[in-house]
Design a protein around this ligand. Structure first.
Ligand code: NAD
Length: 293
């Protein structure tokens, strides 16, 4: 059985690591945050304070990091993953980053004959906890086939999009562009119900069996809006990041997407107002506060 390293033990990385430990894998974790390391230790993982040590103790190393900058540092920095790995190691980034960064890391890995896949995930913290994530993989088929049994521990639906390293990322960014639209739509639509004194639980029951239903409405309403608790979850600033990457893909392919651009401007504004660390569904609260004419 492969020994696994996990770098980035946040909202996603910690439950993903726990799932692997429960399936009997030895997991060595690394994170800048002390509390995250302690949580992994309590779950039965080994913890360490350097990337070099993760590499030394693992055959397959996952990363789940919050920004392109963090992914770049961890992979391409001095004493980073590429620097410290040899050709026996398999590296898989599950973060959502710019497609160009997938390509940059793949090129650096190729130069050292390291195996690398870009495999962003969807399904949120609940999907990570229940091991039901959707995983969208770009990269060489041979590497994909080798790691598939481990990916199947993390998720229920594993897709090898194609051999282009950034193909999984493109699918993931399309997914998150839609999440951005649904979240904005739910926020404004529910506010009409408020104004007309329609009970939001009743509304949910009716729309749940109508075409207005969506998994994002279900998630945003049942987990966050109904409880008036917007602790992440999937933070609004992470969604804004993904919308920016999606718009970069559009720009790089000479696409003009005016509706999506407006959406990105909205999320940027709301983040600047101080909602960035809350779950993205907090947009509903902001709409409620600001939309009374
Ligand atoms: P998070 O902010 O909760 O966790 C990131 C972790 O990485 C933190 O514990 C942080 O301390 C650690 N970290 C940051 N820089 C580091 C570094 N240089 N070295 C080591 N550790 C470092 O983020 P998250 O919600 O777990 O998301 C992780 C990735 O997964 C993101 O790319 C996000 O877009 C993607 N994602 C998130 C969700 C979600 O619902 N949260 C769903 C799908 C995909």
């Amino acid at each position: 059985m492969k020994k696994i390293g996990f770098i980035g033990l946040g909202n996603m990385g910690l439950p993903m690591s726990k799932g692997l430990i429960q399936e009997g894998y030895h997991v060595t974790g690394y994170d800048l945050n002390e509390q995250a390391l302690l949580s992994l230790k309590q779950a039965g993982g080994e913890i360490t304070s350097t990337i070099a040590d993760v590499v030394a103790k693992s055959d397959l190393i996952f990363t789940s990091l919050p920004s392109s900058k963090a992914v770049e540092d961890v992979y391409l920095g001095v004493d980073g993953l590429v620097d410290r790995s040899d050709d026996s190691k398999l590296l898989i980034d599950t973060s959502t980053v710019a497609p160009e960064l997938n390509q940059q890391i793949a090129a650096a890995c190729k130069a050292k004959q390291l195996s690398f896949l870009a495999a962003p995930v969807s399904g949120g913290v609940i999907g990570a906890e229940n091991q039901t994530l959707t995983v969208m993989v770009g990269g060489p088929t041979a590497i994909y086939n080798e790691v598939l049994p481990v990916l199947e521990v993390l998720g229920e639906n594993i897709f090898h999009v194609d051999e282009q390293i950034d193909s999984g990322t493109t699918v993931k960014l399309i997914n998150n562009l839609l999440i951005g639209f649904y979240t904005a739509g739910v926020s404004e639509a529910l506010h009409i119900a408020n104004k007309k004194n329609i009970d939001l639980d009743d509304l949910f029951s009716m729309l749940n069996v109508s075409y207005g239903q969506s998994r994002i409405y279900e998630r945003n309403y049942q987990t966050f809006i109904a409880n008036e608790d917007y602790n992440p979850g999937f933070s609004l600033k992470l969604l804004r990041k993904d919308l920016e990457f999606a718009m970069d893909v559009a720009d790089n392919n000479q696409l003009d997407l005016p509706i999506s651009k407006t959406l990105l401007a909205l999320y940027k504004e709301v983040e600047q107002e101080g909602f960035g660390d809350k779950d993205m569904s907090v947009l509903y609260q902001r709409v409620k506060e600001q939309s009374n004419k």
